[in-house]
Design a protein around this ligand. Sequence first.
Ligand code: NDP
Length: 448
Amino acid sequence: MIERLVVFGGTGDLMGRYLLPGLAALAARGHLPERFEVVGAAREDLDDDRYRSWAEGRLARADGDLDAAAKEAVVRAARYERLDLADPASVAACIAGDGPVAAYLALPPAVFPIAVTALHQTGIPDGSQVVLEKPFGEDLESAMALNRLLAALVDERHVFRVDHFLAMTTVQNVLGTRLANRVLEPIFNSAHIEEVEVVWDESLALEGRAGYYDHVGALKDMVQNHLLQLLCLVAMEPPNSLSERDLRDRKVDVLRSVRPMGDEQVVARTRRGRYRGYAGEEGVAPERGTETFAEVVLELDSRRWSGTRFRLRTGKALGRDRMEVVVRFRPVPRHPFASAPNTLRFGLEPEGLSLELMGIGPAMSLVPLRLGAEMEPPELPAYGRILLDVLIANSALSIRGDEAEEAWRVVTPILEGWSRGLVPLEEYDVGSDGPGGRGLGPAPGDPS
Ligand code: NDP
């Protein structure tokens, strides 16, 4: 197990809000090695004591019920290094010590290539892991370039591209529930399923993150990574095992099967929107035309899924939080009852699972029934799981290099079409259900 975590960007929001509490959750459950050390590295001039005070303050503010002794253990394990990525001696000082390290790049994404190049010049001990936060690249070209830099630094087995959705138990359960149940597994195909909707609708707006979000937008921030990962889990062929190779091979198959979009499909099958008032938010440059809502209908050219619609949708400042995967089954062929199609819902946040069926009603009639299940709370928060996997060098729940590139390939025609104005940027009211206008119903020629 790796005993040293070096967080480049160790004074940032991610460190304070997620990584420190994730470490405390690991400490509370006895998952951290005895001689564990966490090195925070950033440009600010701090010493160990001031850094520990900062870490203590962030842990005190953390969500959830963190054990006091575990928080103390993490603070005690922390130390600080001042970082200058242009100075190899400074990078070497961060890495120095015995054995392999986990080098976690919690840096602004534009700095990733600089940091990887600096690590390459300095060198890192054998067996070290390199962890990169999202977003991985800003388009296909930059993702490929970053993959090349990483390949020169360490073997792909030692690269961990974070998508924290994969570390959520609710997300993992989508795969487990569909594959392990005899009543579901045989009907998870286009003969039985008309549409799968992957939704991440948020009522929250920008929350002061314009500096990042206005350069990215909903399609790159959510669809290119998190929602395509969910698509992979819901649509992948059963992997032979949960090993990193089997799992990721099957996910790449899904991405490769997404039918590429031409201009006509971009117009007919994608929507983008922006909530009213976004342009006036601090730090937003309205002329960028950044979308805060994106909806995309994809088709998979595979034997299992040809004929099923996959609708991916996300937005900010919407009327309600709705984070779920909804599987809509086709109606039963002719029968003597009035009925509605069955629906299976995987709640992602909050967690839940429900099946909407038709059931017994008065005198030979059927009424909708909802069977619901509550799930056990996860043993670890998502970032606790990520950090544990990094320390034990298990990359099954990280994104492989080719997967990141395939995901960019899927969204590239949409990004290009939108930048050429093929699809209008529709305005929607804060608290609404998103842009009204034209919906993305079945496109002409779609199976219904
Ligand atoms: P912040 O801006 O809060 O922190 C960035 C950190 O990087 C600081 O410690 C900063 O410290 C350091 N830094 C910035 N530039 C340099 C540089 N040139 N050399 C050395 N250190 C530098 O960002 P976040 O913590 O919010 O985000 C970090 C990463 O995590 C990003 O990739 C982001 O996309 C990702 N992420 C963040 C989430 C969040 O909720 N915050 C959620 C999911 C992903 P200093 O300026 O002192 O050097």
